[in-house]
Write a new protein. Structure first.
Length: 351
């Protein structure tokens, strides 16, 4: 296959969840798409109905559960699977990848190498070297070097509906950004570029924490002033954490930061916001998780970032309070009171 992409080159999407399918539909407006689903019955169902959640799957999308075939046919691959499933997916995909592949993931999560016998909830602290972004995993576990991510306010339901939206393709490689833009861009979907891959990934990860917190506030009946307070201080906390870990502050001030934060902190279509809302309404976390078809990445992220900030000596009061509320049975009202009493100093001290 030629190194330059053309409008006839097939693009691979790995993962048939709501965002994977929405991304496949976006790509199918420009290129043929080969969409991988792990379970044969899912492939069969999607092939038979050509619909997901009442929405049409475009005819340019071909279904498969053969990763080898996908890697053979597609030089550009978009993995969109939960972070907990990402290492296993890479283990299966890696033998079929070549150095010529470009991989742009759409997973907003982190992976942790836990000490033996520890869990995400029991581990006291983590070092930066214990934690991997998805792009770091791709580079560690495969021969692919030209990696990137796609991140932004991209609620799957609205993308399916064709509502105007935008995203960021981030990569240190300009050719990855250009090819991602060419594959995704349309009259209703803008695609911006950014070379700070780590910062854009981290922004997409950290905003999920704030989305859970915003959902809790909404579930408790708090209004717009309180949510605006949470979003503003949440953005500041995201920037403090990101800057301490080596990200560019500017990555948090665009679509993948402020944009995604605003969308997910106010939308019932956000899984993380929905988990928070149901907690605020008094439901037990275990019951909420048992009723959800797809993972809310923010729950694991809260545990990881709490341990990481402790290990790095970073102040992250919203994350810490949310962790205690979720996993240490802290009363939600007490958590709110602690946050309101926290001695924040200057309004803006991160730029």
């Amino acid at each position: 296959m030629n190194s330059k992409a053309s409008s006839t080159d097939t693009v691979g999407v790995v993962g048939a969840g709501s965002f994977g399918l929405a991304l496949a539909n976006l790509l199918a407006a420009n290129r043929p798409v080969l969409l991988y689903a792990r379970r044969p019955e899912v492939v069969e169902e999607l092939q038979r109905t050509r619909r997901h959640g009442g929405r049409e799957i475009l005819p340019e999308i071909e279904l498969t559960n053969d990763l080898e075939a996908l890697a053979h046919r597609c030089e550009l691959v978009f993995p969109v699977v939960p972070s907990t499933a990402f290492p296993e997916m890479l283990h299966q995909l890696s033998p079929h990848l070549r150095p010529s592949h470009k991989v742009i993931h759409g997973t907003k999560g982190l992976f942790v190498y836990l000490p033996e016998g520890e869990t995400l909830q029991s581990v006291k602290q983590l070092r930066r070297e214990d934690v991997r972004t998805m792009s770091e995993l791709i580079q560690e576990e495969t021969v692919v070097r030209r990696v990137g991510c796609v991140a932004g306010p991209n609620l799957a339901g609205e993308i399916f509906e064709g509502q105007p939206a935008a995203t960021v393709v981030a990569s240190p490689f300009e050719e990855v950004i250009r090819e991602g833009q060419g594959a995704l861009r349309s009259g209703r979907f803008r695609v911006h570029g950014n070379h700070d891959l780590f910062g854009i990934e981290l922004a997409g990860v950290l905003k999920n924490i704030m989305a859970i917190a915003a959902g809790i506030l909404h579930g408790l009946g708090y209004g717009d002033n309180t949510r605006a307070l949470l979003v503003t201080r949440g953005l500041a906390e995201m920037i403090y954490v990101g800057r301490s870990l080596g990200a560019d502050v500017r990555s948090f001030l665009g679509l993948a930061g402020i944009g995604d934060l605003v969308a997910t902190c106010s939308s019932p279509r956000s899984r993380n916001f929905t988990v928070g809302y149901r907690l605020g309404q008094g439901e037990a976390l275990d019951d909420i998780l048992a009723s959800m078809e797809e993972i809310a990445e923010g729950l694991n992220t809260v545990s990881i970032v709490r341990a990481l900030t402790v290990g790095q000596g970073i102040s992250a009061p919203i994350t810490l309070t949310l962790y205690r509320t979720l996993f240490e049975d802290m009363d939600i009202a007490r958590g709110m009171r602690l946050l309101m009493e926290f001695p924040f100093s200057e309004d803006v001290d991160f730029i």
